[in-house]
Design a protein around this ligand. Structure first.
Ligand SMILES: Cc1cc2nc3c(=O)[nH]c(=O)nc-3n(C[C@H](O)[C@H](O)[C@H](O)COP(=O)(O)OP(=O)(O)OC[C@H]3O[C@@H](n4cnc5c(N)ncnc54)[C@H](O)[C@@H]3O)c2cc1C
Length: 433
């Protein structure tokens, strides 16, 4: 029997260290410098954060999503899941551990598809944690369906000229380079006619029209850019992975990104459950603790069960990715995890908010932003509806239609077959009656 839910003791020791390091050293960064994770380090922030990154490196936990050839520990997805569920407690933690989205996904595709020159120019500084990157794919008129994209790249001698609009390009304002998806051949299927380009962010013609914020952000603090690419010229060597490869590259990138979000979501949902339980044990009303009220017990039980189901599903999916070493082979489960993720986080955060009463709704507790986070996770990296379609299609592959007008499990049909199978004995039984 190979099924085993134990963590090996040496790795558990590392996880225990990560748990206390994140609680004591990293979570305070979320309170002192909220929302500045993707701003280049300077002044006091650099003085505070560089030693933390160093400490992570000393423990061999820097960029563990990458193999040793790229400076990571090559842990694989299962160990990464156990690590990421702790990092999910804090929005600064992925930065301190060198594994923040979208840079992880961007690094993965450059590592996978990049030329030696592209790796030296973009990947090495990205892995060092000194620069940020941006993935510029969604357009103002189309997101979930990339076949609708119209941003165009046209060959002009030895250069490509990019024209078009992109929307919600996260961190474009602080990124050193952008990965831009554009139509390079409109005469073939979009699956073969789009390419990815590595574009330095100081290239003339990149116009960040505005940085859109999420609900609750101040109007001047958004980080999701509306970008006009206006005659942006890049050399032929800027193509990543060859002409027409954009869809294949996007799949590689998004598979990893989705499961990593799910791993961190476990940590966030667990934090909400912790707060729910603490409140239930701390607040008395109508003569007893909230923890003694059946409604609240229901909130706790439902939250625990939802979290456990989700956690086991994420760990199983991570284990499957390691086993197959191929995101595509685990597509069904990655999509299914992505489908349940927003509901789990939303439900647990909502219950935690509810038992905190007025305080729960306030900006002195994190529940409203967790609930917004749940909505965001239901849209970013593809909306839930689209992932449900993927799950359903993949599930249906294991089935075939009934071979007559009645379902296979139609009881009269099965009964008739069963009676035929035991006809000899049934006759005897009838004879004895
Ligand atoms: C916080 C955040 C960060 C993001 N960062 C980036 C980034 O860095 N780079 C980038 O390129 N993009 C980014 N995105 C964009 C994201 O990838 C898109 O929002 C997503 O793909 C959906 O596209 P859309 O917003 O255009 O919605 P649409 O494609 O217009 O879909 C809108 C809604 O229509 C419904 N719908 C869509 N398709 C179907 C279907 N097939 N069946 C049934 N219903 C459907 C769903 O309800 C969906 O939510 C980010 C988004 C968010 C929220």
């Amino acid at each position: 029997m190979a099924w085993d839910f134990e963590t090996e003791p040496e790795f558990q020791e590392k996880l225990d260290w990560v748990d206390s390091f994140v609680r004591e050293e990293v979570e305070p960064l979320d309170l002192v410098w909220p929302g500045l994770q993707f701003t280049p380090l300077e002044g006091g922030r650099r003085q505070a954060i560089d030693p933390l990154k160093e400490e992570v490196r000393r423990h061999g936990l820097w960029a563990t999503h990458l193999g040793p050839e790229l400076g990571g520990a090559g842990y694989g997805q299962l160990k990464l899941a156990l690590l990421n569920e702790i990092l999910g407690r804090s929005s600064w933690a992925p930065i301190v551990f060198g594994c923040q989205a979208p840079d992880t996904g961007n690094a993965e595709i450059i590592a996978h598809y990049g030329t030696p020159e592209q790796k030296e120019r973009y990947l090495e500084p990205l892995l060092g944690g000194e620069i940020f990157s941006c993935y510029s794919m969604t357009e103002p008129h189309a997101g979930a369906d990339p076949t609708e994209f119209t941003t165009r790249a046209v060959k002009d001698g030895e250069e490509w000229v990019i024209n078009g609009w992109k929307f919600f390009s996260s961190n474009a304002k602080t990124a050193s380079f952008l990965i831009v998806m554009a139509v390079t051949d409109p005469d073939v299927s979009p699956y073969k006619g789009m390419s990815m380009f590595l574009v330095p962010s100081d290239t003339p013609g990149i116009d960040i029209v505005r940085n859109v914020g999420l609900a609750g952000d101040r109007s001047d603090e958004g980080s999701h850019a509306l970008i006009h690419y206006d005659e942006v010229r890049v050399p032929a060597e800027a193509v990543l992975g060859g002409e027409g490869q954009a869809f294949a590259i996007a799949q590689t990138r998004l598979g990893g990104g989705r499961i990593h979000h799910a791993m961190r979501t476990i940590g966030m949902a667990k934090k909400a459950l912790d707060m729910l339980c603490e409140r239930a044990l701390s607040r008395t009303t109508q003569g007893s603790l909230l923890a003694d009220k059946q409604f609240v017990q229901g909130y706790i039980a439902d939250s625990y069960a939802q979290l456990m189901q989700f956690r086991l599903f994420v760990l199983y999916t991570a284990w499957s990715i390691d086993k197959h070493n191929d995101y595509l082979k685990v597509r069904k489960d990655i999509a299914a995890v992505k489908v349940v993720l927003p509901t789990v986080l939303h439900d647990i955060a909502w219950r935690a908010l509810q038992v905190h009463g007025a305080l729960g709704t306030s900006n002195e507790m994190p529940f409203a932003s967790m609930m917004l986070g749940a909505s965001v996770l239901g849209i970013a990296d593809g909306p839930t509806e689209v992932h449900k379609v993927t799950v359903a299609r993949q599930v249906l592959r294991d089935y075939k239609p009934s071979d007559d007008i009645w379902p296979t499990e139609h009881l009269p049909k099965k009964k008739e077959a069963a009676r035929a199978k035991f006809a000899e004995y049934l006759e005897h039984e009838v004879g004895n009656l």
